[in-house]
Design a protein around this ligand. Structure first.
Ligand SMILES: [Zn+2]
Length: 346
């Protein structure tokens, strides 16, 4: 079946209308907020709090942030709620690593359906609470990460032909994730932090398969990451090449996140805005990490730089990645409010 003949969801039309009116706001970092909770191994597994999480593993779970959806749902809902009240129109599920491939590190593959299904539901609950207060519509972005394996590059320098994962293995894993995100109520699918375009293509293919089964088409947001000073992705693509590799998905937005602070990201966003006839989305880190791997850039500083993108007519959607907080998102939302969204020319 032709994927683009599928009817679009109601949220799809709503998002398109809103995106014509103003720059939409995405949420900020989850990791920074979770770190602030200072959780122990018992908190991660939920054993200390008598949690009902029915998945168990012999491996330590501290650091498995996605598992907190099941073991600390209230804490996760509170973080989503803070971002919604800070001004986020679109809030991401805490499911960056909720594939069988990424969860293999924690021997938690069997939790993947629940992580994604509950991950979408907990965002929906937080957003409904926020909307009950101010009446603003808000959208759940089902977050799909790159996994910790790359389909294009060998991890073994002595065996350049070796691959730690195949397209089909990624397709199957992403398919499980996306089906569960949709079942849990995701309004859109956000394929993010793409360092290997082949992984992203597997995610797009799996997402289309899920749409065909669902009988409806959700918006897809696609976000790459530039990993070096030459302005290329890990697999060596310029922003223009990256766009041409994913354009077949007719994404609701294309853009960049992570790796760079706003200033360093700007020329690459400008390049994408020049070639892609769709919405442009940028959510940089809070500057570059310091020697301790922490981000010191304050909300006003990040917001001022992003306002520069908006003033130059480059932006349709923006938010924050690593090191950003609800205060950053509030400052960004206020800073871009005076500017019109970039005009999308088909
Ligand atoms: Zn990041």
């Amino acid at each position: 079946m032709q994927i683009f003949q599928l009817p679009r969801t109601a949220a799809f039309g709503q998002l398109e209308r809103l995106a014509r009116e103003r720059i939409l706001i995405l949420d900020g970092a989850m990791g920074t907020q979770i770190q602030g909770l200072g959780l122990s191994e018992e908190d991660y597994t939920g054993h200390g709090s008598g949690c009902a999480c029915r998945h168990h593993s012999d491996r330590p779970q501290k650091g498995n942030n996605d598992l907190l959806i099941l073991s600390q749902p209230q804490a996760i809902e509170e973080i989503h709620f803070k971002y919604a009240m800070a001004g986020a129109d679109i809030v991401e599920t805490n499911t960056f690593s909720a594939t069988t491939i990424a969860q293999a590190d924690y021997a938690m593959e069997e939790a993947v359906w629940d992580l994604n299904y509950e991950g979408a539901r907990v965002v929906r609950r937080a957003l409904d609470r926020a909307t009950a207060i101010d009446g603003k519509p808000r959208f759940v972005a089902g977050a799909v990460g790159p996994t910790n394996r790359t389909a294009s590059i060998s991890p073994d320098v002595n065996n350049p032909g070796y691959r730690a994962v195949s397209f089909d293995e990624l397709r199957v894993a992403y398919g499980q994730q996306v089906r569960a995100l949709i079942a849990g109520g995701a309004d859109l699918i956000l394929i993010e932090t793409i360092f290997d375009t082949l992984n992203a293509k597997a995610a797009i293919f799996a997402t289309f398969e899920a749409f065909a089964e669902h009988g409806q088409r959700l918006p897809i947001m696609i976000s790459g990451t530039i990993t070096d000073a030459s302005g290329r992705t890990l697999t060596g693509q310029t922003p223009t090449a990256f766009w041409h590799s994913v354009a077949h998905a007719r994404p609701f937005s294309v853009g960049l996140n992570c790796a760079l602070g706003a200033s360093a990201m700007r020329p690459h966003i400008a390049e994408l805005a020049g070639v892609a006839p769709t919405h442009i989305c940028a959510y940089p880190n809070a500057g570059l990490p310091n020697a301790f791997g922490q981000y010191d850039e304050g909300p006003e500083d990040t917001a001022r730089q992003i306002a520069g993108f908006a003033e130059a007519g480059l932006l349709n959607i923006t938010g924050g990645c690593c090191g950003t907080t609800p205060d950053h998102i509030r400052a960004i939302a206020e800073a871009v409010a005076p500017f019109s969204p970039r005009e999308v020319k088909a």
